[in-house]
Design a protein around this ligand. Structure first.
Ligand SMILES: NC(=O)c1ccc[n+]([C@@H]2O[C@H](COP(=O)([O-])OP(=O)(O)OC[C@H]3O[C@@H](n4cnc5c(N)ncnc54)[C@H](O)[C@@H]3O)[C@@H](O)[C@H]2O)c1
Length: 124
């Protein structure tokens, strides 16, 4: 499947695997929302994509926050008109280090990936 013309969100995209994924998707022609808790790092990656001729914006978000992931999804729709790809790269790191407790669920961190994805998908 080609990423050309699609809209992608990559979380944890300020560095490492997320950054590499964001750059690759942009190179393939996707518009990329670079999302990370590290605001300046995310801005730098989005700027790198734009400087290379791609379409990108950045957003500071903590993926363990429902409000944050909803804001991330809404900002992506506002910027690029939709969401086709969600690479929830930051989630695994969070789920290995945090325990969650919300009005909807409380328990082991292994549920967090579903949590992050569903917050974004709701906006589609
Ligand atoms: N590198 C590996 O060998 C490896 C192996 C297995 C799994 N992983 C997982 O893949 C993911 C990426 O790994 P990496 O090596 O690129 O890590 P990394 O530390 O280089 O990058 C992680 C990024 O996620 C961001 N981040 C951290 N917490 C966040 C949060 N709550 N909300 C939003 N962004 C947040 C960080 O600011 C950072 O930019 C991680 O989840 C990691 O656990 C990595």
């Amino acid at each position: 499947m080609s990423s050309n013309g699609r809209v992608a969100i990559v979380t944890g995209a300020a560095s490492g695997i997320g950054r590499a994924t964001a750059l690759l998707l942009a190179e393939e022609g996707a518009a990329v929302m670079v999302a990370d808790i590290d605001e300046s790092g995310a801005q730098a990656v989005a700027a790198e994509i734009v400087a290379a001729g791609g379409r990108s914006e950045s957003i500071a978000v903590d993926v363990s926050s429902v409000e944050g992931t909803e804001r991330m999804a809404a900002a992506t729709v506002d910027a690029f008109g939709g969401i086709d790809i969600l690479h929830n790269n930051a989630v695994l790191q969070v789920c290995m280090s945090q325990r969650i407790s919300t009005p909807w669920m409380s328990g082991t961190v292994s549920l967090l990936p579903i949590f992050g994805v569903s917050s974004s998908v709701r906006v589609l």
